[in-house]
Design a protein around this ligand. Structure first.
Ligand code: UDP
Ligand code: MG
Length: 307
């Protein structure tokens, strides 16, 4: 049995040595063959130099280095394409995915009832209430309108059998949203809860707006519901306009009351204009995804690697 661990790294010079030490200790206790694939996602600090140093001293380590920052999704994809273990895991370099969970995860897959062990954090300690509220709403919405089954608090940290990873590699779409892809491919998944851990060193690469954008991307990638909502919105507005027309005609005929009200007309025009722009925006979001998808660009450019 061979275990492959994929670690996307972007500016992780402080966390890397700590992570390496901890994960090596846990893996040598499991006593199986293993490889660590570090993906340097265009870091601007000394991450690559540290990786090269580690690779020289430890033959379990391989690395790929991108020509610029392509994002964690691309880094995970590069790892999946190059992983050849029987069990394959993705982990963050900042120890927010505790290496101490690995033996338990391997044991669950060994038992044979599951193809993948996914992790979810139980709490959101150290996170602002506003961010937690938006996160909760996001999980509510996406589960209701898409067939990607996403658990609240799910992390990207999972251990999967090779067959599942092969299916994920087959999903070669350019706009990647792994949380959705993991659910979409199916397979029997065991959910392992754990207490939230804060980053050991370095800084998170996410702020509120990048997370918000990520959430919208997730919805657009896995659901057509926003398009249906805008169409049904159009139908509803037409119906209301029709009713109002009848009311105005009847009022004129019965009471001879000419319609006045410049202000209300302007309000209605602005309101409808806003809704139209909003719906156009939704369509635009989908078109921009199609545009990027049809370009068929590679997910990443790697400039150097050691295998
Ligand atoms: N990461 C990456 N490319 C990016 C951003 C992040 O490879 O553009 C890596 C990062 O080095 C870390 C993991 O993805 O190993 C998770 O990043 P981070 O800790 O910033 O996210 P958070 O845990 O705050 O959600
Ligand atoms: Mg983190």
């Amino acid at each position: 049995m061979k275990l492959t661990i994929i670690i996307p790294c972007y500016n992780e010079q402080e966390a890397l040595p700590l992570f390496y030490k901890e994960v090596s200790k846990v893996l040598s206790d499991i006593q199986c063959r293993y490889e660590l694939i570090f993906v340097n996602d265009g870091s601007k600090d000394d991450t690559l130099a540290i990786l090269k140093q580690l690779a020289e001293s430890d033959s379990h380590i391989t690395w790929i280095s991108f020509s610029r920052n392509f994002g964690k999704e691309a880094a995970m994809y590069a790892g999946f394409c190059n992983a050849d273990g029987d069990y394959i895991a993705v982990m963050d370099a900042d120890m927010q995915d505790p290496p101490s969970l690995l033996p338990k995860m391997v044991e669950i897959l060994d038992n044979g009832d599951y193809d993948s062990v996914a992790t979810r954090r139980l709490d959101r300690k150290g996170e602002s209430p506003v961010r937690s509220w938006f996160a909760k709403k996001f999980y509510n919405i996406i589960n209701r309108i898409s067939d990607a089954d996403i658990v609240d608090g799910a992390r990207d940290f999972r251990l999967m059998k090779k067959e599942m990873v092969d299916s994920i590699v087959q999903m070669s779409e350019y706009n990647r949203f792994s949380k959705g892809i993991f659910g979409w491919v199916g397979f029997r998944t065991y959910w392992l809860p754990f207490e939230n851990v804060e980053r050991v060193a370095g800084k998170t690469k996410w702020n509120f707006f990048s997370l918000f954008k990520y959430a919208i991307d997730g919805i657009i990638n896995f659901s057509q519901a926003p398009l249906s909502i805008s169409s049904w919105g159009g139908v509803l507005m037409t119906f209301i306009a029709f009713l109002l027309m009848i009311v105005i005609i009847v009022r004129k005929l019965v009471f001879g009351d000419p319609v006045n009200g410049w202000a209300s007309t302007v309000c209605i025009i602005i309101f409808i204009g806003g809704i139209q722009l909003f719906c156009l925006g939704i369509i635009g979001q989908y078109i921009s995804k199609i545009y990027m998808e049809t370009k068929n660009r590679p997910h990443f450019m790697s400039i150097s690697r050691a295998f």
